[in-house]
Unconditional design. Structure first.
Ligand SMILES: C[S@@+](CC[C@H](N)C(=O)[O-])C[C@H]1O[C@@H](n2cnc3c(N)ncnc32)[C@H](O)[C@@H]1O
Length: 164
């Protein structure tokens, strides 16, 4: 069971870690938004947040919860698509941050990093959730294989890496 206060503190720490390296006007994409809890936190720090999620069949109540939570948050744009398809709508080196929190198996995390890494400006950041042992260990395998290690892992198991 996820602890909301850990998520809030972890994302607050992640945001402050990036703060000095990012411009005042900044754009990010979240891959996997579920009911919008993390997107709403990101929206307090970013000028524009694109929330990507297919909200597939059976997730109508979750999608409704996302719509309700974000309806007055004007800098969140809902992108109802799968990660790979959504990536085609963004220019290379156009984003300040991409946060990956969709499917957590090794291959899916690796694929998501491959789709989105080219979209991030040099010197900006890629990250994601659930860098932890146990059922999400695929996140660790994929991130470590592609980056060596993340630059930092936060208390909610969010990871981050600065893009060179
Ligand atoms: C762990 S939840 C995200 C939680 C959310 N980031 C938060 O902290 O509030 C994972 C989400 O990924 C979405 N998802 C699954 N496959 C996806 C894909 N191919 N592309 C984008 N999102 C996907 C699911 O629909 C689900 O809502």
């Amino acid at each position: 069971m996820r602890d909301t206060s850990d998520l809030q503190q972890g994302l607050a720490d992640l945001l402050s870690y990036m703060h000095d390296s990012l411009p005042t006007e900044k754009t990010m994409v979240e891959i996997g938004s579920y009911a919008g809890e993390s997107a709403a936190i990101f929206a307090k720090a970013f000028t524009a947040v694109y929330a990507v999620d297919p909200w597939s069949l059976g997730m109508r109540p979750v999608e409704k919860a996302f719509d309700k939570r974000t309806k007055d948050i004007r800098n969140i744009t809902k992108v109802k698509k799968r990660s790979e398809e959504a990536a085609r709508f963004f220019e290379d080196e156009s984003l300040d941050f991409v946060y990956i929190d969709a499917l957590h198996d090794y291959q899916s995390v690796k694929d998501d990093i491959h789709y989105w890494l080219p979209k991030i400006k040099k010197g900006c950041f890629i990250g994601g959730h659930d860098y932890e042992t146990g059922e999400n260990a695929g996140v660790i395998y994929a991130v470590d294989e592609l980056f060596g290690k993340p630059d930092k892992v936060f208390m909610d198991s969010s990871w981050i890496k600065q893009v060179e």
